[in-house]
Design a binder for this molecule. Structure first.
Ligand code: NAD
Length: 378
């Protein structure tokens, strides 16, 4: 099997789907890897490093797509890129079927077997393939550093000859993978951290990281598979009322709340931002899915009454070395689970294939993707 790694074409994207270590690993499993020249340059992986790991360099994207049996990518391929793939080829990426209906249809027409990394089931066998988690961990870490850089205060308690400096107060809203990493990072920097999540199951994890769990007089909102379920507008209104005083007391608020496949819930209103002290900082990691903060402008950093609201998108891409390295391990693990003796061996009854494979043999085979596409064309 020949595997291709193109340069990402999404504006501002610095990650690459496979790093040189991944080339070596796939090579050891009998796969031949071709890499588009410059594919890793934004993440500091040189063409030379890829060649030393055993990859063949291909100068042109179109040539690469046409020459391989599997394309590994961070973002979904464009319609043009799909048209360059041959029938029976495999595509693995964050395909985001809910917003990429035309690409999914084109992949089916082209008879590509396409996998969506967001849909890899969160079962223990698939943990090594969980790119959502690996990238969320990167974002959670980086969000704290972004906030610390903008805050005009120390994070830790300092006792100095010039007097005592009180520690920063950090509030994390949403304690999933990104939120837990943000808690751990803020604690390492010495801040006093509190966190809130609608799923009470995370309370012990929050506490074990040295943060306190914010208890609100609200019912639990645990959905399926360890995710939150969609909340009613009435629930969110009461939640905003109760969380307001915690937001007002914080120097830093990091929001990570999401419900899979839905717009992010608004947890922090403009009025709540107006009650924060000037100089406070909010980093809204949900900016990519609409934002948890009413004032967030996705892709921008704004200042409202002295409060910075950072809506940077695609935060994982701002740490391209480790984000790519982790993504590379996830994507290699998924690809190798589909290969036997160097050839594709697809078991359509396997839970991982059933969960994450969207198109195969000219059809859209994933029931949820089918529903989404029908809804998008209705
Ligand atoms: P996510 O990105 O979908 O959501 C982030 C967090 O926001 C979640 O913890 C969710 O409960 C929370 N949230 C949603 N609405 C909220 C609201 N109104 N107020 C406050 N918080 C709200 O989730 P994720 O981080 O990708 O994963 C969530 C959970 O899935 C993990 O914590 C874990 O339990 C589970 N998980 C399991 C595996 C595995 O078993 N392999 C891997 C990764 C995650």
């Amino acid at each position: 099997m020949k595997v291709g790694v193109p340069k990402e074409t999404t504006a501002g994207e610095r990650r690459v789907a496979l790093v040189p270590d991944g080339v070596t690993k796939l090579g050891a499993a009998g796969l031949q890897v071709s890499v588009q020249a410059g594919a890793g340059s934004e993440a500091f992986f040189t063409d030379d490093a890829y060649q030393k790991a055993g990859a063949t360099l291909v100068p042109d994207a179109r040539e690469l797509y046409g020459a391989v049996d599997a394309i590994l990518k961070v973002h979904a391929p464009s319609l043009e890129e799909v048209s360059w793939m041959h029938a029976g080829a495999v595509s693995i990426s964050f395909l985001q079927p809910s917003t990429n209906a035309e690409v999914v249809k084109a992949l089916a027409r082209q008879r590509v077997t396409a996998f969506s990394l967001e849909l890899v089931p969160r079962i223990s066998r698939a943990q090594s393939m969980d790119a959502l988690s690996s990238q969320a961990g990167v974002s959670g870490y980086k969000a704290v550093l972004m906030a610390a850089t903008r805050l005009g205060k120390f994070f830790p308690l300092l006792i100095t000859a010039a007097g005592t400096v009180t520690p920063a107060r950090v509030l994390i809203l949403g304690a999933g993978v990104a939120g837990l990493q943000a808690i751990a990072t803020a604690r390492r920097l010495g801040a006093v951290v509190e966190a809130y999540d609608v799923r009470p199951a995370v309370k012990e994890e929050v506490k074990s990281l040295g943060a306190s769990f914010v208890e609100l007089a609200l019912e639990a909102q645990e959905g399926q598979g360890g995710y939150a379920k969609e909340q009613s507008e009435e629930f969110l209104r009461r939640q905003r009322e109760l969380i307001g005083e915690h937001v007002a007391a914080a120097d830093v608020v990091i929001t990570t709340a999401a419900v899979p496949g839905r717009r992010a819930p608004v947890l922090v209103t403009k009025d709540m931002v107006a009650r924060m002290r000037p100089g406070s900082v909010i980093v809204d990691l949900a900016a990519d899915t609409g934002g948890n903060v009413e004032a967030t402008r996705p892709g921008e950093v704004i200042v409202l009454n002295g409060v910075t609201v950072d809506g940077t998108r695609n935060v994982a891409s701002t740490m391209p070395v480790h984000a790519s390295q982790l993504f590379s391990r996830n994507v290699s693990a998924l690809l190798l689970s589909l290969v036997k003796d160097g050839n594709l061996k697809l078991d359509l009854t396997d839970d991982i294939v059933k969960g994450a494979c969207l198109t195969h043999g000219g059809e859209i085979i994933h029931p949820r993707a089918k529903e989404l596409l029908e809804a998008s064309t209705a």
